[in-house]
Write a protein that binds this ligand. Sequence first.
Ligand SMILES: [Zn+2]
Length: 493
Amino acid sequence: MKFSVSVVAATLFLESALATPGDEKRLQSKQLRHAILRSNLLKHADALVEHARLSNGSRAFGSKGHNATVDYIKRKLDATGYYDTELQTFVYPFSDGTANFTAKEKKYSTEWFTYGPAGNVTAPVVVVNELGCEKANFLATVEGNIALIKRGSCEFGLKIALAGAAGASGAIIYNNADGPIGGGTLIKPSRPDVGPYVPAGSISGVDGVALIASIASGEVVGNIYVDATNEDRYTSNVLATTKLGDKKNVIMAGGHTDSVPAGPGINDDGSGSMGLLEIALQLPKWSVKNAVRFGFWTAEEYGLVGSEHWVVSLTAEQISDIALYLNADMIASPNFGYFIYDGDGNAFNITGPAGSDHIEHLFESYFKDAGLVSAPTEFDGRSDYGPFLDAGVPSGGLFTGAEGLKTEQQAKWWGGSAGVAYDPNYHQAGDVKSNLNVGAWIQCTKGFAHAIATYANDLKGIPRGGKRDAAKKRQISHDRRRNSACNHKLHGL
Ligand SMILES: [Zn+2]
C-alpha cells in the first residue's frame, strides 16, 4: 500500500518529534522473534530431506545433496535483495569408508580411519615395537605383512605412513584403553614425506592385547578389507551481509551446511543452518544499525574446514570489523537440553575473548525471561566458532546436545529421558526430520533472533576498537581442534 503525500508528511513530522526518521523500521528483538514460524522451519527441513535424497541419504560436503543445500541457501538469500551474498569456493579432500579386520575366524569390531586408502590385504600380523612413532620401531619382519601398532604418542597418520614406508601391506592400530578408539582420522590426505598409507583399521585395546598373546604362540594370518572413497571435491561457503548497517561493527552468525556421510544431518546441522536462514529471510522487514552477516559453512564435519578457510582469508582489519560471532550447531536434538556456550569460563574454565561472557549472559537472560532453565556447555572450539575464538572474536551460541547423556537433574528441567543421549541419532542415518524436537528448535532459533536483534542495535558489553591478533593462537587451537570436530570425537592420535 502506498501512502498519500500528506500522510507521509504527517508521519515524518511525528517521527521527527519522537525519533530519527526510519526508526520505526529499526529491528527489534520481539518483532524478529515473532516472525520465526514453525511452518517455515519445517519447510526448510523438507528441503534438506529432498537434498539428501540426491546423494543416498547424506549431505556430506561436496556431494550432490550438499551442493543442493548450498544452492538453496544462496538462492533464498539472493531473492530478498537485502544482502550482498558471496560463494567462497575451494577444493578439499573428501574421504569416507569402512574397514573390516578378521583373523583366525574372528571378525573384529573394526573402525576405519578418515583418509585411509581402500584395499584388501591378507598377510601375517606382526607386532610393531614401542608405539610405532619412529622408523626404528618397524623391524624388517614387517615387510609384506600387517603391522599391529599400539595407539599413543603420535598421530595415527604417522604410524600408518611409517608402516607403509617399512613395506607393510596393511596396518591395525589397537587402542591404549580397553574399548574402541571411537572414530579416527589420519588428519592429512597423504604423507609423501614419510611414506604411503596402507589399508588400515583400528580395534579395541582388549582385542589388541588378546591378538598379541595369540601371535606370541604362533603365526596369525589376518585380512584387512577397506572400502573407501578418497577424492578432491569442490565446495562452497555462503556469506551474506546486509547492505544496510555499519560494516565496521558486523554482527555475525553461522552454522554448517554439511552432514556426515552416514546420514542426512537434519539436526546436525540442518537445525542451526536453517534456523539462521529463516532469521536471515525475516530480517529484511526491518533496518539494522550494525550490519549483520550470516556464514553458512561447508565441511565442518571434516574439522571446521569451511569456517577456518574463511576466517584465515580475512585481513586483520576485516577481523576487527567483526564485533562478535554466534554459532548455531545442533539446536533441535530429540532429547534436548538448553545449553549455552560457557563464554565466561565459570563452568568449564575455558574463557572466550572478552565479550563472550556478555553473549553467554544475554542468552541466559533470554531463557530466564522465557521461564526456562539453561545450562553452560564447554567452550572448547569443537564447532565453527573455533576459528573465531582463535582470531580473538567474542563468540557464543546455543546447543541442544549430541552424544552426551542426559542426567536425572536435566530430565527434571527439560523433560526427556535421563541416561539417554541428547541426540541418539547423532552422526547416524537416523538424524532425520521426524527425530527433531521442533519445540527446542523454535526456542533456540528465537534465542538467536533475540541476540542478533539486540546486538544489531547496540553493542554495549562487547569490547570494540583495537586490532585483533588473528594468528597468535591459531596453531595451538588448530592442533586441539583437529582431534575433534562438531562436538564429536574424531581422534587424530
Ligand atoms: Zn555439527
